[in-house]
Design a protein around this ligand. Structure first.
Ligand SMILES: Cc1cc2nc3c(=O)[nH]c(=O)nc-3n(C[C@H](O)[C@H](O)[C@H](O)COP(=O)(O)OP(=O)(O)OC[C@H]3O[C@@H](n4cnc5c(N)ncnc54)[C@H](O)[C@@H]3O)c2cc1C
Length: 487
């Protein structure tokens, strides 16, 4: 085996799998090291959103994966008497990401599809049973030692960059001397996954039972799968709580033992934490290695996918062109506040489910005319990083549209930024600096330029707007201030 790669990834969970797909698509040589023998077969994540589906489309699995998903209708929060306290509907319309706002899925299905997809890349290699034991972060490359968990033989591999997608107990996080800061929510919950034996009239939405006696969650999952989660009481016996007897007593209001089989039961400590440092030199962390949140909003895995969507194109640039500290340093800056807002909102939602009746979950909770309360999904901004804060369009999502029946405009800019320009601008000077798409090429572009009140839009490969320009700005400034990081 050639033991030098462009990128080594530690951890073949959803974060690592998505990152590997983004990098391999750009023809980088990628080695995946995973300590387990095969994929984790039991469900954890059951929800993801439109932004994530767009990333799945970018890596080329959306069509294959879609059949394993259902569109999520939303969440209701109810009190101990089943009165609705708060409604969080998910509209049926596709969003600016060209996908539905919210999906439900079964995590092992996703991981299987990604792994199968990665087999098509000749420069992608994965080693299972590979427990990483040591990481040396050197000036020009990274050296990784791992032990085969069956033969106990040790090996050393090297790469230009290393990304630790190695979960909550990340060895990569330790290797860069980064520490988790506990943000304050820690609670033990039981998670019970069931498969219905026959159709049963159960809610079509997620229900959050804000019951002071026993806070709980019901999830309407894909096919015949349903999930209940419930909080453990202080000093409650963990072993007793996961006995079949206890579970069926808890499920009595909804299900009889003859109506479903228990697929798995587990106790989790739901945590809220964020690592203070996400990068040192050529070593990075992403996903649960960098942050943890309770699952009430279904955003933990989504955050990991957002991390690698942000980081991958910067790494690709560094491998294909030249190592660029400005680009790489922007990763944590841009992602940190975004994920922190998700964690903090999730924590407040957790308190609400724990019957702390404060509606200040986010600034997206509204009074309806009939006196009820309704919530919209939050869309935290990108943190400060590339682009200028004075541009109000910076960090907004560049809308997705199709340029033919089967081809999306996204495909034109998977790995490098593009500049969308209106008819008004002259382009001579910059034509060799960046890929340019003229307004006249696709009719949707006129609409988009108008929406952002811009004559030119610089779009990042992760579909965020880097900068917009009005005619009064000179294109020379555009090159000087923005494109220097991409050459
Ligand atoms: C009950 C529950 C429900 C959830 N629901 C949702 C949801 O609906 N939506 C959502 O977005 N998120 C949800 N989450 C969160 C989501 O499951 C996680 O955020 C996600 O799995 C994290 O992915 P990851 O790839 O970063 O880490 P992991 O999935 O933890 O993967 C890390 C991988 O690294 C490997 N590894 C670790 N150390 C080493 C080493 N030294 N050498 C080699 N390999 C190593 C591990 O074996 C593992 O395969 C939920 C979580 C739980 C517990």
């Amino acid at each position: 085996m050639n033991n030098f790669f462009d990128v080594i990834i530690i951890g073949f969970g959803p974060t690592g799998g998505t990152l590997a797909s983004l990098l391999a698509k750009s023809n980088l040589s990628v080695l995946m090291l995973e300590k387990e023998k095969s994929l984790y077969p039991l469900p954890r994540a059951v929800h993801f959103d439109d932004e994530i589906m767009r990333v799945f489309e970018t890596i080329g699995i959306k069509e294959k994966f879609r059949k394993y998903t259902i569109i999520n209708k939303g969440t209701k929060f109810v009190d101990e008497n089943n009165n609705v306290l708060l409604d969080w509907p998910r509209p049926k319309e596709v969003t600016e990401n060209g996908c539905y706002p919210s999906y439900r899925f079964h995590q092992p299905d996703f991981e299987r599809v990604v792994r199968h997809h990665l087999k098509s890349y000749k420069k992608f290699k994965s080693i299972q049973n590979a427990n990483v034991t040591k990481i040396k972060n050197l000036k020009d490359f990274v050296e990784v030692s791992f032990q085969d968990t069956e033969t106990l033989k040790s090996k050393i591999v090297k790469s230009k960059y290393l990304i630790g997608c190695d979960g909550a107990n990340s060895i990569t996080r330790q290797s860069i001397n980064s520490k988790f800061k506990n943000l304050g929510f820690t609670q033990k919950w039981a998670v019970i996954d069931l498969i219905l034996k026959k159709n049963k009239n159960l809610p079509d939405r997620t229900i959050q039972y804000s019951n002071p006696k026993r806070p709980a969650t019901y999830c309407r999952n894909v096919g015949k799968r349903r999930r209940w989660e419930f909080a453990l009481k202080k000093n409650e016996n963990e072993k007793k709580v996961v006995t079949d007897d206890f579970i069926w007593k808890f499920l009595k209001p909804w299900l009889k033992p003859t109506e479903a089989i228990i697929e798995r039961k587990a106790i989790y400590t739901f945590q809220s934490a964020i690592a203070n440092k996400w990068q040192k030199g050529r070593v990075f962390i992403a996903g649960d290695a960098a942050h943890l949140m309770p699952p009430f909003m279904g955003q933990g895995m989504c955050a990991g996918v957002r991390d690698v969507s942000n980081l991958s194109w910067k790494i690709i640039h560094c491998v294909k062109k030249t190592h660029n500290e400005i680009l790489l340093n922007s990763y944590q800056k841009e992602r940190f506040s975004n994920v922190k807002e998700y964690i903090e909102t999730t924590m407040k939602m957790g308190e609400f489910i724990n019957a702390v009746r404060s509606y200040k979950i986010s600034n997206t909770v509204f009074d309806q005319s009939d006196g009820s309360k309704s919530m919209k999904s939050i869309k935290p901004e990108l943190g400060p990083g590339l682009g200028s804060k004075s541009d109000k369009n910076r960090g907004r999502i560049f809308p997705k549209f199709n340029i033919s029946k089967s081809k999306s405009f996204d495909e034109l800019f998977s790995f490098e930024p593009i500049l969308v320009v209106s008819k008004k601008l002259k382009l001579k000077k910059m034509s060799n600096k960046i890929k340019i798409v003229k307004e006249s090429s696709y009719k949707e572009l006129s609409k988009i330029l108008k929406t952002f009140n811009a004559d030119a839009i610089l779009v990042r490969p992760d579909r965020f707007i880097l900068q917009t320009f009005k005619k009064k700005n000179s294109l020379d400034n555009l090159i000087k201030n923005n494109l220097k990081n991409f050459n």
